[in-house]
Write a protein that binds this ligand. Structure first.
Ligand SMILES: N[C@@H](CCC[C@H](N)C(=O)O)C(=O)O
Length: 293
């Protein structure tokens, strides 16, 4: 099998996008692992199959809720496991769809994209794009987290942003730098579906002109350490605001190894939403032959 692909990135979280408008391509986990391999394949933290929602059962359900959600983000982690949502991926995906003329914003400047975590609305933003990640919730309690480079296990905060996260506060920027994320941090108890684990430290000043400032590193479920994780960035801002208590900002700037992302929390009719903003770009196009390597 030989497939055309586009390599995309969003704050260094990188994705191989395969255009499959008619839902004709069956990507097995082994295909995903080959594409994602940085030595024998294209290389990426995940693979996005660009498919019209009408070709998937879940996509058809989403079309009943919002008929404008024409495109579905079929997201898979580099190890071949399926993920519900990807905050950087959805911006990269929107950019791909727009640049390649598959779709356009509606009259209100919105682009609705179907995901396994529901419909996400993307708009243009000064940083590139903003995506409304929707409702979020505290979940999974406070598992103890241990990672190489941290002397003692620390309690993390479990959050659900469509996909699972555990956010851990570290004591200093040095501790964040010394962290070794070559292997999966140990969680006790392990959340039922696993978790992406974010390590965070406040920047100085932590709040300036009403904007919160933090730095984080992430170990992504199904991938390993990545340069950025959009849903993880949103989870980080939500966790730090939770710890900071009453009066903490609803606008955050989050530094990750791959750049800077914005987060804001807004009240909608159905409760509080969290929104993520940041850049996205197309890197190169190519064709991959699955018989080589
Ligand atoms: N990098 C993503 C998250 C991708 C999925 C994650 N690894 C999971 O398994 O939940 C992001 O930008 O949100």
């Amino acid at each position: 099998m030989r497939l055309a692909f586009t390599k995309t990135q969003a704050t260094g979280n990188d994705f191989v996008v395969i255009a499959d408008p008619d839902g004709a391509i069956d990507l097995a986990p082994e295909h995903i692992r080959q594409l994602s391999d940085r030595h024998f394949g294209v290389g990426g933290d995940g693979v996005i199959r660009a498919v019209r929602s009408k070709h998937l059962e879940l996509g058809r359900d989403l079309l009943e809720i919002d008929p404008s959600a024409e495109w579905f983000m079929d997201y898979t982690n580099a190890d071949g496991s399926v993920a519900e949502m990807c905050g950087n991926g959805v911006r990269a995906y929107a950019h791909f769809l727009l640049e390649r003329g598959f779709t356009d914003f509606d009259a209100d400047g919105m682009l609705a994209i179907g995901t396994r975590a529901g419909i996400k609305l993307v708009t243009r933003h000064e940083l590139g794009y903003e995506v409304d990640l929707g409702r979020w919730r505290l979940a999974g309690g406070e598992p103890l987290v241990h990672a190489d480079g941290i002397e003692v296990a620390r309690p993390g905060l479990g959050l659900d942003l469509g996909n699972p996260h555990v956010v851990v506060a570290l004591a200093s920027a040095e501790e964040l730098e010394d962290l070794e994320l070559f292997s999966q941090p140990a969680l006790d108890p392990v959340p039922p579906a696993g978790a992406n684990v974010e390590f965070v430290v406040p920047l100085d000043p932590m709040v300036e002109s009403g904007v919160g400032n933090v730095r984080m590193r992430v170990y992504e479920r199904g991938v390993g350490e990545t340069l950025s994780c959009g849903t993880g960035v949103a989870a980080t801002a939500l966790a730090v605001r939770h710890w900071a208590g009453v009066g903490a900002p609803n606008v955050w700037r989050v530094e990750v190894p791959g750049g800077v992302l914005g987060v804001r929390m807004l009240h909608g009719e159905d409760g509080e939403h969290v929104l993520l903003s940041g850049p996205a770009s197309l890197v190169f196009d190519g064709e991959f032959d699955f018989t080589t390597g």
